[in-house]
Write a protein that binds this ligand. Sequence first.
Ligand code: GUN
Ligand code: ZN
Length: 440
Amino acid sequence: MSKIALRSRILSFHGKPDQSGHNVDYLEDGVLIVESGKVAICCDAQSAERQGLDLQLCEWLPKHLVMPGFIDTHVHSSQIDVIASYGTQLLDWLANYTFPAESKFADEAYAQAAAVDFVDYSLAAGTTTSFVFTTSHAHAADALFSEAFARDMRLVAGKVLMDQNALPALQDTAESGFEDSLALINRWHGKGRLGYAVTPRFAGTSSVLQLKMAARLMQECDDVWLQTHMSENLEEIRWLESIYPEAKDYLDNYDRFGLVTERSIFAHCIHLSESEIRRLADRGGVVAFCPTSNLFLGSGLMPMEKLTAAGVPVSIASDVGGGTSLSMLMTLAEAYKVCQMQGYSLHPFEAFYRLTLGNAAAVNLDEFVGSFEIGREADFVVIDPCPTPIIERRVAQCTTIAEELFVYMTLGDDRCIERTYCHGIERHNKFTQLIARPGA
Ligand code: GUN
Ligand code: ZN
């Protein structure tokens, strides 16, 4: 495997940072050496030289910023064409836009082409790991896994389980959903850097039998994840109370079947009660905060700081296509505003920690990705310091790395991402438009 030697400004974290810079590893003149896809050296240039490294051998990018690849803990690969659909909230949005768009994935060629676009758009946005809902079609999950495998990405995905309350063409059955998921787990979970997430869409579209079967998959298959939606929209919550009156609350729709674990990721969680928050924290269930989606669909303001303080692991996610961008920088911009509305000013160190090591730790992937610790898989991005005239101008006035990061998270998008590397291979370069497709 190839070797990469970069000399640049380098930012990573070795724990949750505070505003004074504790746990922030910022190298003004750093060296990153990657061997066989793993981080071999990450240190300042002078100490690399003292260790005998010839700095002339490094590609020198003095003004760029290198950081670990971004992690998106909740996204729908089937919803690129749903982004920017006007005028509805969750339940109507699902019925009017989302289910019809997902129905197109019944066509295998369509699903294959959409999978290629999704992974390439994600890499162009600097996202190297995603937790992905495909559709209820097993071949759509196969297509996504094969495209991610071809690019050697660390990606987790699942076929959507939904056996009620949706277009008939999108519905599986409890049995077929179980069989399809099991076959996909056997085919893809642990292959290369891939992982499988059992994916009941949400309690509204899964019968009790299907949720029980999802729990069986979790018990029978080692180390798979569970991903679903929870407590997103007030009308949705009332509807669920009417179809499952026996459940104590929204969380109980999952908890009573054993679906709330440290490997379970719940998107949204905007309207949880105090008791739901306590039980979620007790079980170790992970929340995916999806600010662009929560604002776009008018779902509400997720209390990120409150959940964090209660001991719930909170990750940050795009939730495209309820979310409006695959860019995790744009996602941070909206996260900041949502937190501001609740009296919490999300600091740029915390924000970028959450996109990288924080998200990796929340979903139990930090032994592989999220930082530049020696031996970690080398998934990283190279930030272009001059992506737009206004960013360039604003960055020129910054005197600290924190100020600069705040400019990227407020004004940035995929134009900031000059290059994206997966496992030590360049998979996106905005100047050459190289997208290293399989065989390229
Ligand atoms: N709840 C159930 N399905 C979905 C979905 O596709 N997107 C969002 N945002 N919420 C959901
Ligand atoms: Zn979602």
